[in-house]
Each structure stands twice: as C-alpha cells, then as structure tokens.
Design a protein around this ligand. Sequence first.
Ligand SMILES: Cc1ncc(COP(=O)(O)O)c(C=O)c1O
Length: 383
Amino acid sequence: MNWEQIRNDFPVAKNTVYFQSAGMSPLPNQVLGSIIKAYTKLNQFGDIHFMEDLIETERLRGVLASMINTEADNINILPNNSFAMSLLALSFKETISTPFNIVSMLDEFPSNTVPYEYKGIKMKYVLPNNSRFSVEDIMATVDENTVAVVTSYVQFSTGFRQDLKKLGILLKQKNILFIVNATQGFPLFKLDVKECNIDVMTCSIHKWGFIGHTGTIFYTSPEFREKFASPIAGWLSIDTGKELIHAGKNEPFSMHSSARRYITGTYNLQTLMGLKTAMDYLNNVGFENITLRLVELGDYLINKLNQAQIQIISPVDNVNERSAIISITLGSELNSRVVSFLETKNIFTSIRSGVIRIAFNIFNNFEDIDKLVDVLSEYKKTN
Ligand SMILES: Cc1ncc(COP(=O)(O)O)c(C=O)c1O
C-alpha cells in the first residue's frame, strides 16, 4: 500500500498536522470532485436527473450493506445519531407496556443516552474500569427488565473498542436487543452485524467516512422492524406499489417492510453521491490494509508517548481494544492549554472529557506523530 499516495489525496495533510478526525475527517480530493459534479449537474440541469441520482444512491445502500454483511433492504440514512436513537426511544415507548430499562455505558457520547432519558426511559449505566467496559460488567448490569444494551463500538473520549462479537452472543442468549453506535469505529474498523448479532446499528458518517456532515447510516434487522413499528412516517415511507406518490386522504396505506419505511421524505442526494464515492475510496484501500496501518501508527504513537513519559489514558494493552483514538493527559489543569499551544504550532487535537484526544487517520504519517510528540515534550519540560 502506498500511504504517501493516499496522503496526497488529502490537502489537509499539507496544510496542517491533523489529529482531529474523531471530530470530523476531511474530504479526499476524489469525494470533493464527486460532490462538485453532483451540484454542477443540479446547477446546469435542475431536477432533470433526479431519478438517475435516486438510482445511484440506491446503489449506495447496497455498498453500505455489503460493508457490514447485510442486505440493502436493511439500510437507510437518517439525519444523525441523536435522531436515530430518538426514533428507537419512541418505538420502545409505543410498543412496550411493562416496566423496562436500557443498559448503557457511563462514558457514552450523549446522543446515545439523552434521547432515552428525555422519554423517561430508565437507564442503567455501567461504570468504566480503567476506561474499559468489560463484557462481564455489562452482563452483570442487565436484569430481567432490560430491553436493550446501547453501546458505542468505540468510546468517543478514550477510544476503547468494544468486543461486539462476544457481547452480541451473550445478549442474544438473553433475548436482549443489541444497539450499537459505530460512529467512532466504522468504516475504518470492520463491523459485521450478523456475526455480532446486532439488532440496530447507527454510524454518524462525518467522523470517519470522509464525507462531512451527511447523516447516520441506520441498520435495522428485519426481526427488529417486525417487532417495532416505525413511530414516524412520511410520504416515502409508504409502499405505494407502482405509484411514486400516495395521494389518498383518509385511505389506509401500508408502510414499507424494508428500512425504506424510515426514509420519510426527500434528502440531499448530492452529498449521498459523495458518500458513495467515499465508500468506494475506502473499499479500494480495503479494511485489512486500513486496520494494519492504524495499528502501525498507533504502535508508533504509543512508543513515542512512552519514551516522552506522557501519560496515556486510553486502554492500549490489548490491540483488539484499540482504535484510531488515543487520549493522553499532561494534568487536568494543563490539558486545554496544551491543545491551544499545539494549535499555535499548526497541530490539531481536541479536548474531550478533560483529556487530550489524538485521532489519527490513514493520511497521517510517522512525521506527523514526531511533530506532535516533540511539541508535547517541549511543553511538558517548560511547564
Ligand atoms: C460516538 C459518537 N456518536 C455520535 C456522535 C454525533 O452525534 P450526532 O450524530 O447526533 O450529532 C459523536 C460526536 O459528535 C460521537 O462521538
């Protein structure tokens, strides 16, 4: 794999030392080109190509489906993870009449938890142990009233990557729904919804999908959709047969049995065409290559941090629990100042939960890491 060639696709790597991909990854040139092309078509020809574009974005559902080992009928795009979780919260409230709870992790990004708390659903939170959430602790927290476990694939502030396969098998045995927010893990790390027994998966694609704010990939299993009716509907949710538009009023209609039921209305086809190009780009690089590269960059960063005696917060001992996020601390009162100091050197990290989050990507190289750790060491010595 020629990683320098990949780096050339990302002008951000020339302009800055960028470790902020867990906030949002930049676009590679190819994706920008595809979005410009889509908007140029709109500029030059208006709505004339709408149906063609719709078909092209239908193909996108197939591409996304194959990346997580499912079928296109189980995939949809929703506005964001908060919306996806809100939809689930409404489904549970409408369908379940007996007392129930949801188990989640204390470190979760709030878009995983606020929607349930807002609807008055009882939440039980698993406490972290050295920033890890062990499968054993999660299983010890579920009880006979637990309807679902909601977890991130990768925790946003520490980068801890959950063993989804092990957890999914145990939840299936107890008939508990498995809801995974893959935002900080996918599409850089492999995810197989079948193998992991995942019932619902959401993934806000602006983090690692090389497309900017476009929405969240929303996977639901057919069994989930059969059990939980959609709590929302729009004109595109309706199965009209051959007609495009359901024009009837006060006439019965049926919803799509597929994940199309959640589409509701029109959405931005231009960015979705960019998303298709971004997924093609990542698939061309390949999951295996990407994982190997991230492990290589992670190993290098961990070594450099250890040499500089900088404290790592993320659990990094087990490579299978690592991700593209490694968080560090130079002391709680110093961390924000360190991030600002790094910015004066054109190096971009971020503060999350009081620690410094370093999010590295396939366009980063060893030199970027050297520059980062050199400045951190210099700061540490002088403060
Ligand atoms: C794990 C995780 N999920 C979701 C989000 C974003 O949520 P939403 O899509 O609701 O904006 C973030 C960060 O913004 C995140 O780190």
